[in-house]
Design a binder for this molecule. Structure first.
Ligand code: DAT
Ligand code: MG
Length: 147
């Protein structure tokens, strides 16, 4: 079954949206595999966002993502990588559709509430970066056949 890495950013934590955001993925039918409340070091943030290191916003991005605690998660389900990107919405919250997390809560391209892996390669890289294999909990939901 496919897995993805999702991370509620410091703005989502400060604004009290952890519960709402988790509810959306639960209601969609995805399964929580791992979760961790933590604050990123600059080193970890720079590795996580390594693909953007030449971009002009890289410094601000690392400042922001390390500015407070985040809620890091692994979720599992059919097509969860693509589907969770749809639930998250476009990178710039001004362009994100209503009903998406960024469309409902965000106004600023930097403070866009949540990170979601964009491909199976980045999902496995990011899951490995944030979680050990012992932290990933495998279990079956009895509701599975109805989703
Ligand atoms: P996404 O988070 O939708 O995958 P991304 O990988 O292109 O977007 O960029 C990572 C983060 O960097 C994004 O969530 C917010 C920030 N960012 C992207 N483009 C930006 C820009 N033009 N100005 C400021 N921050 C930006
Ligand atoms: Mg990205």
């Amino acid at each position: 079954m496919e897995r993805t890495y999702l991370m509620i950013k410091p703005d989502g934590v400060q604004r009290g949206l952890i519960g709402d955001i988790i509810s959306r993925f639960e209601a969609k039918g995805f399964t929580l595999v791992a979760g961790k409340f933590t604050q990123l070091s600059r080193e970890l943030a720079e590795t996580h966002y390594g693909e953007h290191k030449e971009r002009p916003f890289f410094g601000n991005l690392v400042d922001f993502i390390t500015s407070g605690p985040v809620f890091a998660m692994v979720w599992e389900g059919e097509n969860v990588i693509k589907s969770s990107r749809t639930l998250v919405g476009a990178t710039n919250p001004i362009e994100a559709a209503p009903g998406t997390i960024r469309g409902d809560y965000g106004v600023h391209v930097g403070m866009n509430l949540i990170h979601g892996s964009d491909s199976s390669e980045s999902a496995s890289r990011e899951i490995d970066l944030f979680f050990s294999s012992e932290e990933l909990v495998t279990y079956e939901k009895t509701l599975k056949q109805w989703i």
